[in-house]
Design a protein around this ligand. Sequence first.
Ligand code: PMP
Length: 372
Amino acid sequence: MINPAKRTEKIELSQIRKMFEVTNPDAINLGIGEPDFNVPENIKNAMIESINENDTHYTPNKGYIELREEIVKKFKNDNGIKTNAENIIVTVGASEGLYLCAQAFIEKGDEVILPNPSFLSYGACIELADGQTIPVECKMENEFKLKASDVEEKITKNTKAIILNSPSNPTGAVMEKEDIKAIADLSMDNNFIIISDEIYEKIIYGKKHYSPAKWSENVVTLNGFSKTYAMTGLRIGYLTANEDLCEELLKIHQYNIACATTTSQKGALEALRGPQDEVNKMVAEFKRRRDLIVNRLNGMGYETVNAEGAFYVFPKIEDENFVQKAAKAGVITVPGAAFGSNGKGHVRMSYANSYENIAKAMDILEEKIVNG
Ligand code: PMP
């Protein structure tokens, strides 16, 4: 037996993946974290064409220049972020961007403020970098929206970074503009980095998304194509930050990944340049499902916030055996506690499943658990 390094020994494999392996294959899966839609045709065709043209060699480390220039435009138009192609890195999903941030900026003694609950990878990446996570509660009374005043209380001289994720996985919460701006100001006044994971930016219902990089120099903005264009398996994302931060991030990316996949980069280019109708259709369908699931859960007495983004709801369900009972009855969900201590007493349900399946899943919960 070879002893693992201390850094891997102290973290665990994802419990969510493990759970999917053991439950019955006929169950309706409300545990998933990816769109149930397919990649739009124009994007598929661009990728097929690029292979036929033998576009299969290394690209510049930061990614194809045409793609980076398109990303610069996207940041300007959608987010009000001024950047340039030299300060963009095309990554292997937003996941790589997150890992780069942790490796480039976090070390022993550094504190990283982390919303609780939040996406599992955040804590793991911080721990792998020997940083210390400082949880800040996202309270249900605030519809799980992270508040700048709560963040301010957690700042110490050791604060190196905060991770923001709006819209949020697992709660679907969309932060308010004034909180994002106030946290941006705090990052300048206290000299820490904001790692802003904006992967669900476009999956938002009647609310505007704001990027902290509009107001602070100390931001790494992470984004990607997985959710907006249903390109999860193509593993393609991007980041921007100021020149100094980008240089450090590039060191990790260069020696680890070299460059993101050519085919996916060509798909990403078409995704940004091509029509956005498919995205709009997908978001409209997600909203229809959100309305259904929130309505049904509240109707069953499970208090549920009318989440304004992403494709998750986070009902209050205090029965500790709910997830097991639901799985047995035929509905897969994820215990809220998997996302941090403040997720206890909640369950994450993804509505990245068909309207019909969601309706069926709600019928099952009502019959077998609420009235069972
Ligand atoms: N951030 C959040 C909040 C996510 O939910 C996910 C995917 N589940 C990711 C990042 C990873 O995205 P990617 O596929 O771009 O690596």
